[in-house]
Design a protein around this ligand. Structure first.
Ligand code: S3P
Length: 437
């Protein structure tokens, strides 16, 4: 059953401090890394959402022991060598990150397994993972490179040379996980994308060398026999907090302090873009934790927002935030232009198309192509009409962007699908309530 949230109010001014839940990319990576160590790993502030629970269920099926409470998660994995029954069924749910990374992790499974996912994940492309993993020696059965798929790995995966051209951290990371299990040197040339896997590998003293240039990272990684355990306090998720950053920017005379957020340079495109549009966002109390940058974010309402011709080099570091950035463009002075965004249509739902659709419902003129959007902003945008967001693929970010739009531009909104937030940010509405109280 689709659940609908009705909103017909705009947010009143506020001055609040919030925490958001643990970063999703780091949480999934931690679960997968911990499953490779025979020693106990403990995580605090792990995101407890459907995507992360899917990851936990997968590694349990692969033999890891997991103890999960609301305070912490402990995992005792079963090392790098896998032992499971033939035709094991693994379910990645809604999570592209899990579905893709786990294939790399299972490169040395001599037994066949079947990977499935929900309706949204089953529409997404897996050729981007199947092709490099075939070079390692894995075999696949699938229809049109989509889920469900069957994979059989091998005892001695061959290290490969791989060129990642899309700026996809999921592709890069899947190959890195496979490279861990190959004998010899795996070399990757990767278009810039989020760097959490490299940072975790380095912290775990896995032999990895990284050379960074302006557009590409060159990674050399040696296969290993053993992975150390990893205790981790997971910092807050910049993607989750970006909804509240925008709520504050577009609200009247408001201020929000968001504590302890992961501000890895490869994730903060949203902050650079919004600042260029005139938003007041400060990062304070910067520190480094296990190689990851962390800070507190202070954001204030901004009344003079201006359009942006968004440089393409921000695309990867803001990839999950474009929907919410489009909303800021709709309330800015001038015509904003976002380009080179074909990857955005390959997410949980086709988000570039969704961005355009929602703007159309709001009466905001926009011109959509297959990889770009021009948005004609209006600082005085204020709606009185009824808007229904259908969201058949239950995309969490479509839902959360629509909620923030409803609270900042007015109108009577019926927003599907309330349950979708459970994939990445189950506390979204609870935190919103705290801000509004
Ligand atoms: C993620 C990488 C991104 C992002 C996704 C999470 C990750 O996908 O959109 O939400 O954790 O590696 P791509 O790497 O395919 O761009």
């Amino acid at each position: 059953m689709n659940k609908i949230l009705r909103i017909n109010r705009v947010v009143k001014s506020f001055d609040k401090k919030i925490f958001v839940a643990g970063d999703k990319s780091l949480s999934i990576r931690w679960v997968l890394m911990a499953s490779l160590s025979k020693k106990k790993s403990t995580a605090y502030n792990l995101l407890i959402s459907e995507d992360v629970l899917s990851a936990i269920n997968c590694i349990k099926k692969l033999g890891s022991k997991v103890k999960l409470t609301s305070k912490k998660c402990e995992i005792i994995g079963n090392g790098l060598n896998l032992n499971f029954t033939n035709n094991l069924l693994i379910d990645a749910g809604n999570s592209g990150t899990l579905g893709r990374l786990i294939l790399g992790l299972l490169i040395n499974s001599k037994k066949k397994f079947k990977l499935v996912g929900d309706k949204s994940l089953s529409k997404r492309d897996f050729s981007r993972i199947i092709n490099p993993l075939k070079k390692f020696g894995a075999m696949f059965e699938s229809k049109k490179n989509r889920l469900p798929l069957k994979m059989t790995g091998l005892d001695d995966p061959k290290p490969i040379k791989y060129f990642e051209k899309k700026g996809s951290a999921q592709c890069k990371s899947a190959v890195m996980f496979a490279g861990l299990k190959a004998k010899g040197l795996t070399s990757i040339k990767a278009k810039k994308s989020r760097s959490h896997t490299e940072i975790m590998f380095k912290h775990l003293k896995i032999p990895i060398k990284i050379k960074k240039t302006k557009n590409f990272d060159y990674i050399k990684l040696k296969g290993i026999k053993k992975v150390n355990n990893l205790d981790y306090k997971i910092p807050g998720d910049i993607s989750s907090c970006s909804f509240f950053i925008v709520l504050t920017i577009l609200a009247n005379k408001s201020k929000l302090l968001i504590k302890n957020i992961n501000i890895n340079d490869s994730r903060i495109g949203v902050i650079h873009i919004l600042r260029k549009m005139g938003a007041s966002i400060k990062i304070m109390n910067r520190k480094t934790y296990k190689g990851e940058k962390i800070g507190d974010i202070l954001v204030k309402s901004s009344s003079n927002l201006k359009a942006i011709n968004c440089p393409k080099h921000y695309n990867s570091s803001a990839i999950d935030e474009f929907l919410i950035i489009f909303l800021v463009a709709a309330k800015s002075n001038g015509i904003s232009y976002f380009k080179g965004l074909s990857e955005l249509n390959k997410k949980e739902s086709p988000r570039l198309i969704w961005g355009s659709k929602i703007l159309n419902y709001m009466g905001v003129k926009n011109i959509l192509t297959k990889d770009s959007i021009k948005i004609y902003g209006n600082p005085n945008l204020f709606l009185k009409k009824n808007i229904t967001i259908k969201n058949f693929l239950k995309d969490h970010r479509v839902f959360m962007m629509s909620v923030i739009a409803a609270l900042t531009v007015g109108g009577n909104w019926n927003i599907n699908d309330l349950d979708s937030i459970n994939t990445s940010f189950p506390d979204f509405l609870k935190i919103l309530k705290k801000i509004e109280l």
